[in-house]
Design a protein around this ligand. Sequence first.
Ligand code: SME
Length: 160
Amino acid sequence: MTVDYKILDRQLDALIGEENDLLAASANFVGLLFSEIHDINWLGLYILRGDELVLGPFQGQPACVHIPLGRGVCGTAAAEKRTIKVDNVHNFHGHITCDPNSKSEVVVPLIANGAVFAVLDIDSPREARFSEVDQSGLELLCQRFVKCLAKTKQDLLNFI
Ligand code: SME
């Protein structure tokens, strides 16, 4: 089974392209991706506040709320401003366990005006769940999401 990221990108645009409320758009972004991406057990946003990431809208089990910048997969992706794909979370030094069922993970930073303001985090109970195709597809969806948010009048760098 594969995800058609081009179709998902169009669905996302239809769902939030005209939405002016950051929180509502974020909640639907997370809801759409969680329902369309198979073999995952957690998907959500962490929002950058000062020098830590704070839990935002998500689907899955309750998760850790505060992640310092540079810590865990999320904090590392935010600090290094790049997507991090982990085939086996036990091999990632400093990985933060929220759901013990998670075996692989991908984190995509959300960037506006050159600055990271949040990350998208996705966990899977399957080892090596995320391919290069998933990575580029998720980056495309995140770019769409940021574009939709940027059309609102709310300040992305003081997100939600
Ligand atoms: N595993 C993440 C923490 C967040 S949870 O997976 C929801 C990390 O290492 O940053």
